[in-house]
Design a protein around this ligand. Structure first.
Ligand SMILES: *Cc1c(COP(=O)(O)O)cnc(C)c1O
Length: 399
């Protein structure tokens, strides 16, 4: 083995912008980190973040919470999911998605994945029929957005309530409509590896007044909900306040302070991510034995990660490619690995869920190679990564 070695770090994020650091210090100097701890006339950072994020995606209401996974759970509760209900979700997603469903005592039913890495709409029809589920938690996994017009038409016909998991699509859109704004509720994460970084954090948006009021009460507002701004009128809370449990999971002012300047920068950051993605895509095109994911024109993606397929490769051959790339500094993750590794896992490794069989999806999942694209990389870095992978693909093909 020879040739160039990549020395970048796939998990290294950019620093928090100075404006965020300064805002965080201001909050710490006041001591008022709890979102409801305000002095007369003060609007807290968390309420401001909610207003700004609601405006950013064009939603009426927004609730900031402790994590993306928390937002998913609150969304399920807010639309009335109860223990024993079945909830449809993607077979290709990450563990917090089935986890949020299972945390309610509800049962995930997995819907297959297409070669374009989006939900299989034919399988959605079938699984809705066989499960009787009324709710779909749609995960825009790794930022791949399905045909949202077709999906929403189908959901209307099947009477499915759609909750969108936008952990990988903050700032993305389908035909100009922001991701998270097609379904009843959209959920986002501000965990370090997503599109804005507050360590941990989540945001939930909706135009449904009752769902918003429930989510606010759930998050732990007590009777302090009038301090929210991107929230429905007090009358809406009157109707639900005695019946909605407090499942404490608020965001705090420190995180909100860190996030507000990042939200202002988000469109520019998205453009930077996409430049990295295109550099990698261009470099990998034509690689031996690989299939690229062609992005639909209607999809305005935010590519903070990159996927390609090694369809019908033997597992041992994939493992040796991963090892050869790693030896040259390129960290490829394989979604098809039989054991869950780091963030990646297959639907059959979530063994608290009743076993399910999706043979068509298994072929795709077996083939998915995944790479992070942190903004600390340059387009030159991406070109180098593509050269290394292309060489190793050629080596693998020659064996
Ligand atoms: C990260 C992630 C979540 C959950 O976000 P946390 O803030 O880590 O709880 C949900 N769905 C997907 C697909 C994710 O990657």
């Amino acid at each position: 083995m020879s040739g160039e070695v990549f020395t970048g770090v796939f998990t290294q994020q950019e620093p928090i912008p100075d404006a965020g650091i300064e805002a965080a210090i201001r909050v710490m100097r006041t001591g008022r980190l709890h979102r409801y701890n305000t002095v007369a006339g003060e609007v807290d950072e968390t309420a401001r973040l909610e207003e700004e994020f609601a405006a950013f995606v064009g939603a009426k209401y927004c609730v900031a919470v402790a994590s993306g996974g928390y937002a998913l759970g609150a969304a399920l509760r807010a639309v009335g999911v109860q223990a024993g209900d079945t909830v449809l979700t993607n077979a290709f997603t990450l563990a917090p998605v089935p986890g949020a469903i299972a945390a309610l005592g509800a049962e995930p039913v997995f819907v297959g994945v297409t070669q374009g890495l989006v939900i299989d709409l034919a399988d959605l029809v079938e699984k809705t029929r066989t499960s009787g589920a009324r709710v779909l938690m749609l995960s825009h996994m790794r930022g791949h957005i399905c045909d949202m017009d077709a999906l929403m038409a189908l959901a209307d016909r099947l009477r499915l309530t759609v909750i969108e998991d936008c952990a990988h699509t903050m700032g993305a859109a389908w035909k100009g409509t922001p991701s998270g704004r097609h379904g009843r509720i959209g959920c986002y994460s501000t965990q370090t590896y997503k599109h804005m970084n507050s360590g941990e954090g989540g945001l939930l948006v909706t135009d449904d007044a009752e769902a918003a009021a429930r989510a606010i009460m759930l998050s732990g507002s007590y009777m302090l909900y009038p301090k929210h701004r991107a929230a429905p009128a007090p009358e809406v809370f009157e109707a639900i306040k005695y019946h909605t449990p407090n499942v404490s999971g608020r965001m705090d002012n420190l995180r909100a302070a860190i996030l507000r300047p990042q939200l202002a920068d988000l469109p520019a950051q998205c453009a930077r991510w996409n430049a990295l993605y295109r550099a990698l895509e261009e470099g990998l095109r034509g690689g031996a034995g690989l299939t690229l994911i062609e992005r639909p024109e209607a999809e305005a993606y935010v590519a903070s990660s990159f996927q390609f397929l090694l369809l019908d490769w033997a597992p041992a051959k994939i493992e040796s490619l991963v090892a050869a790339c790693l030896a040259r500094g390129v960290e490829l993750k394989w979604f098809g690995a039989p054991e869950p590794v780091a963030f990646t896992s297959r639907y059959d490794s979530w063994r608290y869920v009743a076993p399910q069989s999706l043979p068509d999806s298994d072929r795709i999942l077996q083939a998915i190679m995944d790479m992070r694209l942190p903004l600390t990389f340059s387009t030159q870095d991406c070109a180098q990564i593509a050269r290394i992978i292309t060489e190793e693909l050629r080596n693998a093909a020659a064996k």
